[in-house]
Design a protein around this ligand. Sequence first.
Ligand code: BTN
Length: 268
Amino acid sequence: MYENPEASLTPEEFIPRLETKEFGRAYHYLPEVTSTNALARSMADKGGTAGTLVVAETQTGGRGRLGRNWVSPPGGIWLSLVLRPPLAPSRAPLQTLLAAVALREALLKGAGLACSLKWPNDVLCGRKKVAGILTEMKSAGENLEYLVAGVGVNANFPGNLLPKPLREKAGTLLDLLGRPVDRPGLLADFLEIWEGYYTRALQRGYDQVLEAWRQGSGTLGKKIRIHTTRGPVTGRALDIHAEGGLIVETGPGILETFLAGEVTILEK
Ligand code: BTN
């Protein structure tokens, strides 16, 4: 079993590093949980404030997008943040892009890794996915009650702890760097950068998020296949839409915007 030599995410080691106003100030750390998203949702249902953060050392039922499992061994960063943004539910995908942009910046700052973003919510280093985001929300009609942004970072564990079929496409920071990252430092940086983007988006709109997403994107300009409910569609990813959808040229002069789906990048 891989022994993790670095600092842990216990409140004692993490909170002194945190420099945010709200994000993470209500901090719940658990050695093990079924899913931090599930726990954060139940906290939000009971009135948990914006900025409530749930972090677990390991998840036994981590959830990924599209109903998939998310393998979450010790050494990763498995977190869920409760947010209550004044946003129409249809615009909630913008919050996922916002978190992705912040995570990319934090990985550059804290680990020196220049990662790229794959629409809608994957963080890739080289061709391997090292992090993913699952945003879940509760809304009533046009009112967004809360949003739980769940982020999983394959940090300090070796990739051979991932199931074999995933290993070709998924990697870990430990394997990429050859050393463990400072998890409390990375998490604190991430939350600070995330809070900065969030606060500015609430004050001035999401243009800055969209621009940062374009800058960090490894999807735009590429030939892609997008797996949608109506089947696979091939085309060239052209831009990100103001609501967070992906604009794809699916035929000469034919532009389609996709709001959900799984993207495969077909060229380097
Ligand atoms: C994806 O499929 O790419 C999204 C993965 C999101 C995983 C994280 S780990 C922390 C949080 N809790 C969960 O159950 N899922 C998210």
